[in-house]
Design a protein around this ligand. Sequence first.
Ligand code: ATP
Ligand code: MN
Length: 461
Amino acid sequence: MHSISIKDILTRKPLGEKIEIKGWLKTRRDSKDFSFLEINDGSCLANIQVIAASALKNYQDTVLHLHTGCSLLVQGVLNESPAKGQEVELHADLLEVYGWAEPDKYPLQKKRHSFEFLRSIAHLRPRTNSIGAITRIRSSLSFGVHKFFQERGFVQVHTPIITTSDCEGAGEMFRVSIPLHSDMEKQNESAPVGDFFGKPANLTVSGQLQAEVYALALGKVYTFGPTFRAENSNTSRHLAEFWMIEPEMAFCDLAENMTLAESFLKYLIGYVLENNKDDIQLFAKFIDKELFKKLKAVLNNPFARTTYSDAVAILEKSGKVFDFPVRWGVDFQAEHEQFLCEEVFNGPVFVTDYPREIKPFYMRLNNDNQTVAAMDLLLPGIGEIIGGSQREERYDFLVSRMKELNLDLEEYSWYLDLRNFGTVPHSGFGLGFERFLQFITSMNNIRDVIPFPRTPGSASY
Ligand code: ATP
Ligand code: MN
């Protein structure tokens, strides 16, 4: 017999049909003539209720010994449920156990566990409602990201994970290096002939520079892949390994770049509200009572825009005392970002035109010679979710900036070539996928929106 998913059962409701399900037991409750079994198979948040009558031939020696966590196969007929809170129930006529889970050893009991505790059992936590829901939302959003770009004619580019260009200094890099032995030497394990890649290589901190190469040929491209930063920041917003989405567009200025970023975020919010309502509901119930309100407010209102200089003036005049005092020229800290979107603009805000000194070399210099065509998008409760810019497309400007920063022009000759041969104005941005998932779920810690978090001191599983 072919088994079907609980999601499928709850959508199609094949009443009166004999069906088969497979999943894990959440709870068992016994009454006089039967037991109620709540089973979940991960296909959706909802469980299915199974009625296991005492007439089942393995009722005494199996059903009455079932505990949270054991894996089951159940066959039976689907009926309308007389009970409140569920529409259907499955009347079992066959029940088999795949694997037991001893109640005094299985760490996931019915009570709610803290997210800290769940992190310590990352191999079992996907069986909880919350981590299961995040995982489904994550998968759906990932599909939504591709859908958004593909429907708009963007081409996905798989940029390398191992790079030898020191990219943009976007944070410390993880070195990838093993010695290269010649074939002869391999046998006797003698001294290496050199580095495997011929020069020091690292895990990528951003696919941007390579995405620019493809944007200047294919027009509109995007990347969506893992990114690595060896920053020793133990915050609830930073991971050593995270996923980033980076669109890059030729013939595109900063304003168009922001327009795309805004419609992208709104599309994704609309996408999960339409496709993952039940899972989002869980977070609205247990994590953030205002979640739907928050998401809809962002969906339905235009994002605010301010220049960096205006934002500094606002912060200076606010009278608020910050741990890190603000003045023109310093980068914003989380407290400033939060203040701007939560107290001043009451929603998402694009901050543009940052001082050139605090931004990477590739951002386009503005006419004031002080600022660059950068844009960061700040979200309430999150802070920076997107960092982007119009890129410097003028060869001379780019070279003089790189010289100021003592960058090796030879190393970047390929990047400079793009400005020598058919250069065009172009722009792009990077969106941190996990930070966006935090926004969508209101989850406080970024370690709970990625299956296996990597952070300083921790890369288990
Ligand atoms: P921050 O200042 O918050 O550390 P950043 O300026 O270094 O971020 P960018 O280089 O602009 O970040 O990267 C683009 C986006 O990637 C950020 O806006 C953020 O959403 C995400 N991001 C950056 N670093 C991390 C990290 N360590 N963990 C998770 N997401 C990150
Ligand atoms: Mn940034």
